[in-house]
Ligand binder design. Sequence first.
Ligand SMILES: C[S@@+](CC[C@H](N)C(=O)[O-])C[C@H]1O[C@@H](n2cnc3c(N)ncnc32)[C@H](O)[C@@H]1O
Length: 188
Amino acid sequence: MKYVNNIDAVNPQQARTEFKRWAGHGLVSIGLVNPKSATNVASILRACGCYGASAVFYTGQRFGYAKEFNADTKRMRHIIPTIGVDDLLAIAPKGASKVVIELVEGAIPLPEFVHPVSAFYIFGPEDASVPESIIAACDHVVYIPTRNSMNLAATANVVLYDRMAKSDYAASDELIKNSRDNNNGLAL
Ligand SMILES: C[S@@+](CC[C@H](N)C(=O)[O-])C[C@H]1O[C@@H](n2cnc3c(N)ncnc32)[C@H](O)[C@@H]1O
């Protein structure tokens, strides 16, 4: 296992706290095959913060060259480790099922998929697909039954939302208060 590029300083204490916070719900992490757009990665980091994924691993150099974190307005990159690696399969977190999200013939439609307790979700790049070598080595291959292929960050958001919706999720006004902006005092 080799880290090739840790693109930003992660506060280790904060990262550990986040890890522990979500450990009881199973650990979720994201693998990105050579992502092209930093904006997409930033949106995925924000989704990780919203839904409780612990880390983002990515391959390739393109993301490192294009660091503009416009969409990472919650500055999740300082909390969620965002780590460049040369092999996503080698970095797969211990105990996590490897789940490829891709338009692959024979894949399981997401609405029917039962998410593993701990999962490593792997997504392809904006301009290609998850390589066959990764698909062959994964535990599950899942697709979203859309009419066209989705934007990468949108796909990650949908998958994490689907996981949350099928889980024993917490719902409360307290959660709404904690999630929303300071200038939002809306109530029914
Ligand atoms: C813009 S897509 C790339 C093109 C896509 N590989 C294709 O064959 O059309 C970027 C990534 O988002 C994910 N993705 C997009 N739409 C998807 C869908 N409907 N089901 C599963 N994955 C999807 C895949 O991981 C894909 O590699």
